[in-house]
Design a protein around this ligand. Sequence first.
Ligand code: PMV
Length: 343
Amino acid sequence: MNDNSNKIKRVSTPREQVIATILKNRAFAAQASAAAFAPANIALCKYWGKRDESLNLPLTASLSVSLGELGTQTRISLTESETRVSLNGQRVDKSAEFFRRIEQFLAQFPWPAPYHFAIETRNNIPTAAGLASSASGFAALVLALNDLFGWQLSGRELSILARLGSGSASRSIYTGFVEWHAGTDPAGLDSFAEPLEQVWPDLRVGVLTLKTEEKAISSRVGMKRTRETSVLYQVWPDKVRVDLQNLKHAIQHRDFALLGQSAESNALAMHATMISAWPPVVYWLPESLAVMQRIWQLRNQGLPLYFTMDAGPNIKLLFLQTHTDSVQAAFPGVQVVAPFSAR
Ligand code: PMV
């Protein structure tokens, strides 16, 4: 019998290969523990549709604004026994989706020995507020790992690693306005986010939570179905090109009307691609539409107020600091975020 017959070499996945490429020649000498914060982010020009499912490679570029102090703080250390995860002080069950996503992510790293981790993660955004806590969560985890092992990875490398956890996490590595370049490399080594240099201290994001339950269709499933079945998806890359250009112009020249219009129209176009998928992907609730109609009414009355929406029914308002009182009067439950300055 051939000696090698029972030595089955495990073939590494494309993700494992990318992670190994990034960590090549890096030491794995862990310090006792490390902690990092990453902000949540809201896309003004959305990421919707992957060109590669396994590597979270997007079909188009996207542009977001990070939510300042709102996000995820993660502390990590090595442990002798099994991996443990806590969320906001509560131990997370091993069977929970939250635990499994972290465990699967960590399992792809080329650890020199079977490492186990103790991970404490805290979100100062309501976890179910419809803000993507997976984006800040994976970004904080990658930043904390980088610190724990002293890898000293570049922003580009950190963004790529975070992207493998969740696409939008690539943008949560940075504060402020952030652009995620789609890239063309099949391995995705040119698909990473970078910060824009401009700041906009008066910009405000208002989070309106209409429903806190888990969404029925994950963004992963929604994107795939849209890309595969929606006839409107064909024009999505053109829409993104125009909106990105306008958003960058708006940010450069502090043209709030152009920023608001581009972001709102981009979000509505993304939802139009979903609604025309089959089976339809509809995240709107009657309350979502009622809020939109109220926003359009207020805008007609002269209030410069716009919105954006992600893969859920909640609405994020966009406005300038001087209109905070009017926005709060119209939407008493709104949580106001100042992405560029302390509140
Ligand atoms: O990163 P994911 O897989 O959760 O996808 C995020 C998708 C949107 O939130 C709808 C858009 C975006 O660019 O954040």
